[in-house]
Design a binder for this molecule. Structure first.
Ligand code: UD1
Ligand code: CA
Length: 480
């Protein structure tokens, strides 16, 4: 036992030392070119913030034995409270570090020194490169460690280099020149800086405070450290990436839209190659957190967002929008369904034209039909709400039928009240169930009833005015 414990301890120590690489994500900048009130890193791409993508890549790297990133921190500043709130709710492993004044990317690395100085290697990444993949990142770390370099950064050949820092290679030198500081000849260079670097921290430390801000933007540029290190005889490698598409930064609304297009295509391809069928992939939108099983059919113009999980054999019909929804096996969403935060158990069928929301559950083989809204309610096994109904705050048992036009009157103007309907009930068409109210098992309500009192088990409730026929009325009143 003692020996096992010891072995585990050694393994933990070994993996900790192997993974003494930390990732620092820079996310404090204003994003001036975006002209938005939200900080740039929180602007949505598909249904997640820009920052989600790099953090997700890093989280996967931290979980995999190959990636070898052991910890991560995010520099926050402009509208930093909002960014910090996002981090603490979705990325508790990311340490927020405050850069109160945004004096440049080099300054952002300076203020984080306490966090990184104890590490062996420091990865620095911009918060606005959502297309970066885990394999490029782990290749960078591996290449850097294997080569023994003091700094390795990713460069790429840009079809449109404007806005990027240009990589200027000389006889034994290398430098990055920001566009605003570049000469016309330098601007013509197409090899650019991706903004992704990895440093041996012992080599970074003596240089990081030597940066100055004597440049066109009056900022402490991190890229200046490249020439500085190279000049001091440190080993600096520019790893030229073969494919530019992963490294596009997001600085303008156009780049934001282009990134969304690229990410969307990547996600669709992943699902198509895993056995999800789509009749018109160009019209389908799927968020990055969505899980879809094999043998699923997504019809044209479907949107799946949030933590939606679609089970084997399910179909999602056209013009349906699902957010945080679980569809178990063989669920059929016919079409035009707006479903959120709800669960549909095996074999249930809903739509067309249905809204289901706020924690609703459709149990096995139940049905929700045309022009129906179900909110925070359970529809029991094999039960049906086939047409024109509002079911809110209700528990419906098994094998019950809810007639067309039924409404749970759940709101008394102050609070929401519950309705409970038992097993094998038959709720007649156009029943108003004035909550709080209960219908016992095998209970019936007559069509058009206003039910204000509980209905006992097996009873028929008739809650409507008795019909009166006035003979000869039309003739007498001259209507005919
Ligand atoms: C930066 C690089 C450029 C590179 C490009 C790649 C600098 C000076 N330039 O330019 O060489 O080609 O990225 O995309 O680094 N940030 C902070 N604090 C600050 C300033 C910025 O955290 O004080 C953050 C931003 O929020 C952003 C990242 O650093 O996530 C990069 O800043 P950004 O202004 O986008 O730099 P670029 O002009 O794109
Ligand atoms: Ca940028």
């Amino acid at each position: 036992m003692c020996c096992v414990k010891f072995k585990i301890k050694v393994l933990i120590l070994l993996s900790a030392s192997r993974c003494a690489t930390g990732a620092l994500v820079l996310a404090a900048g204003k994003g001036t070119r975006m002209k938005s009130d939200l900080p740039k890193v929180l602007l949505p791409v598909l249904d997640q913030p820009v920052l989600y993508y790099i953090l997700d890549t890093l989280r996967n790297c931290m979980a995999s034995s190959k990636g070898c990133v052991g910890s991560m921190a995010v520099v926050v500043g402009h509208r930093g409270e909002a960014v910090q709130e996002y981090l603490s709710s979705d990325w508790p492993e990311a340490v927020p570090l405050w850069q109160h004044e945004q004096l440049g990317t080099g300054h952002a690395v300076q203020i984080a020194k306490e966090w990184w100085s104890g590490l062996d290697h420091l990865l620095v990444l911009p918060g606005d490169v959502p297309l970066l993949t885990g394999s490029s990142l782990s290749n960078l770390v591996a290449e850097h460690v294997a080569s023994g370099a003091d700094c390795t950064f990713i460069s790429f050949s840009a079809s449109n280099p404007s806005g990027y820092g240009r990589v200027v290679r000389g006889h034994k030198e290398i430098a990055i020149v920001e566009e605003k500081d570049a000469t016309e000849a330098q601007k013509a260079l197409t090899e650019v800086n991706s903004g992704i670097y990895i440093f041996k921290t012992s080599s970074l430390l003596p240089h990081i405070y030597r940066l100055d801000n004597e440049n066109a933007q009056g900022e402490y540029y991190l890229p200046d450290i490249i020439a500085m290190m190279a000049r001091s005889g440190e080993k600096v490698n520019a790893a030229l990436a073969p494919d530019e598409s992963e490294f596009s930064g997001i600085n303008t609304p156009l780049q934001l839209a282009d990134a969304a297009t690229a990410l969307r295509r990547r996600i669709l391809r992943r699902h198509l190659s895993a056995g999800v069928r789509m009749q018109d992939p160009d019209s389908v939108w799927i968020g990055p957190e969505v899980v879809v099983a094999e043998n699923v059919l997504l019809e044209p113009s479907v949107q799946l967002w949030g933590r939606t999980n679609v089970g084997r054999g399910a179909r999602v019909g056209s013009f349906s929008i699902l957010r945080n929804v679980v569809l178990e096996e063989d669920v059929d969403v016919v079409s035009h369904a707006v479903l959120s935060d709800s669960v549909f158990r095996k074999g249930s069928q809903v739509g067309p034209f249905i809204v289901v929301r706020d924690g609703a559950v459709f149990e096995e083989n139940s049905r929700g039909g045309k022009f129906v809204e179900v909110k925070k309610s359970r529809v029991g096994r094999g039960s049906k709400v086939p047409h024109l109904a509002y079911i809110g705050d209700a528990e419906i048992g098994a094998e019950t039928n809810i007639g067309a036009g039924t409404i749970t009157c759940n709101y008394d103007g102050k609070k929401k009240n519950p309705t409970t309907i038992g097993d094998r009930c038959f709720i007649g068409s156009d029943t108003m169930l004035v909550a709080p109210v209960k219908v016992g098992d095998d209970g019936y309500t007559a069509a058009g009833s206003v039910i204000t009192q509980d209905v006992p088990e097996g009873a028929l409730a008739v809650g409507r005015a008795k019909q009166r026929n006035i003979e000869g009325w039309a003739k007498r009143t001259g209507k005919k």
